[in-house]
Design a protein around this ligand. Sequence first.
Ligand code: GLV
Ligand code: MN
Ligand code: MN
Length: 396
Amino acid sequence: MLTGLAEITDVGRDPRRGGYSRHLWQAADLELRSWFIERAERLGLDVETDRNGNLWAWWGQPGTDAVVTGSHLDSVPGGGAYDGPLGVVSALEAIGRLQASGFVPSRPCAILMFAEEEGSRFGVACLGSRLLAGAIDADQARALTDRDGVTLAEAAQKVGVDPAHLGVDRDALARIGLFLELHVEQGRGLIDLGQPVAVASSILAHGRWRLSVTGQGNHAGGTTMSERRDPMVATAAAIVGVQTAARNRPGTRATIGRIEAMPGGTNVIASRVTAWLDARAETDQETRLLVADIAERAQQAAAQNGCSATLTEESWAGAVQFQPGLRARFTQALGQVPELATGAGHDAGVLAAQVPSAMLFVRNPTGISHAPEEFAEMADCVAGVDALELLLRELL
Ligand code: GLV
Ligand code: MN
Ligand code: MN
């Protein structure tokens, strides 16, 4: 394990779920931010927090046309140790190595640590980069709530980020000449290719929707089976429909990974069930068609159980093709490493709509991610740092 990862190995461990739960501006995230600042300052970098809570660590004077690298430190609930932190730690390692070799950059350079990439607290993935890039309306963002009903505005205020200033940050954006994110791979692509490192080619279109199924809350003993309007049963049928819809459409992916019953009693027929859908496909249109199919199946499942269903979009990210010119330049510089598509979303994908952006992937020998089994061998992590260092040296 890289030293930086070892230093944060105990931060945000989740004994109940396994793995890590590191959520925006909660204790583990605040500890990771302090660690990042301390680590960056040890390299002589100047750290600033932008108006959206993203951290920038500048090597030399901040300026325009900067080469910016980094990733995120937050996690999904019960996530792995590498998704996000590997990119931040590799950036610190690569800059440390450049400094140790006496290299003097000819362009401004910064490490960027994005806030709330996973959307685990406020529901919208890549929230920090979306706010920075103006890819989410600031009022809409301020009103987002966490599972305890705390708004993003309130949470920001509590940690000293002025909620009035959340939103598109044209000055910060104008400083980025190129953004390069290193990330652990989240599938089996590099296992199959037998390679430690790849350059990203594309990201699937993806989004999140809230499925709300309403029935009639009632007594588990007093209500005969034929009298029921049970949204739990309707939701179960809708979830089977989610799987069927995605299986019928080759290459698409759909997941219900979270569900909540109201009021949530063992001897109570629920009055409402909320389930969250994550749907992805190669193109925006295929993703929209998949979701329309799922919505229809959910309506049918609800009607068959005397319930009603609504599907509401919570976030959307169109498909991303990283710039072919940058991809070719980087694969060549790295000795013809492969290009690889990904089904996972990334801040680099959000920034790609505004500034030249690219990504490096590091092999994950388990092929598992968003779970404690996510892994990267030390030798592959080193290969990732080598690749990042080489590209930074060339770009800077
Ligand atoms: C983030 O990792 C996502 O793809 O949801
Ligand atoms: Mn992730
Ligand atoms: Mn990630």
